[in-house]
Design a protein around this ligand. Structure first.
Ligand SMILES: [Fe+2]
Length: 223
């Protein structure tokens, strides 16, 4: 039986980089460079998520061992870690096979095998072991050389890369993000992801007025 205190340690470790990002000095002046302005939007979202998780919701579920096929990528994901996120990876490792990994979307003929190469482990959320109707928090795992097709959802989404790299595409811009990077998607913004030689392990959060409506795929190439 998994010691629940290990999950609490994991949640605290996940929230630490959000806390560090949220406390960056607010900008907002007209002469602030665009990159800094974007960073500030990330800081605001991190602060919002932290506020929604205070107090932490109650634990009502459990953490049995996962049998999801995507977990075969976890060992190489840990091997592709980075000093920027080493402490968080060390906290994830003891519990990672007991997280609620699942892929909940319908199979796609144009993205064959995605259901075996990608999974989400939602720790906090409407259907997660820690039940919240206000915010989702979990991990995303995507196998190597995998394309997560363009999709959108009402929730505001914040990613934090923990291991591996992936190229995110949104609004016609593609950026390859390493461990330690934050990526923000506004509500209903179409976005896609592509991994490279290593699997990707990333933290995600969802917030906003509707965190229950799941992703809707759009046509390939629209992102
Ligand atoms: Fe998304």
């Amino acid at each position: 039986m998994l010691d629940a205190s290990l999950i609490l340690q994991l949640i605290a470790a996940i929230l630490l980089p959000l806390r560090q990002r949220a406390t960056l000095t607010a900008v907002g002046q007209d002469d602030v460079p665009q990159d800094d302005a974007l960073q500030d939007v990330v800081a605001q979202e991190a602060a919002r998520v932290l506020a929604l998780l205070n107090p932490l919701p109650a634990l009502t579920g459990s953490f049995p061992r996962s049998e999801h096929p995507s977990t075969r990528h976890l060992e190489s994901a840990f091997a592709s870690g980075d000093s920027a996120t080493a402490a968080l990876l060390a906290t994830i490792r003891p519990v990672v096979f007991h997280l609620p990994w699942r892929y909940s979307y319908a199979k796609r003929s144009d993205a064959q095998g995605l259901e075996d190469n990608m999974a989400f482990a939602e720790i906090i959320g409407p259907e997660a072991p820690y039940v919240s109707e206000r915010v989702c928090l979990g991990l995303t795992l995507i196998g190597p050389n995998t394309f997560y097709p363009p999709h959108l959802h009402p929730a505001i989404e914040l990613y934090y890369v923990v291991a591996g790299e992936a190229t995110w595409t949104a609004n016609g811009v593609s950026i390859r993000n390493p461990p330690g990077a934050f990526i923000l998607h506004g509500s209903q913004v179409v976005h896609a992801m592509r991994t490279h030689q290593q699997p990707l392990l990333a933290v995600y959060t969802w917030s906003g007025d509707d965190i229950r409506t799941t992703s809707a795929y759009t046509k390939l190439g629209k992102a």
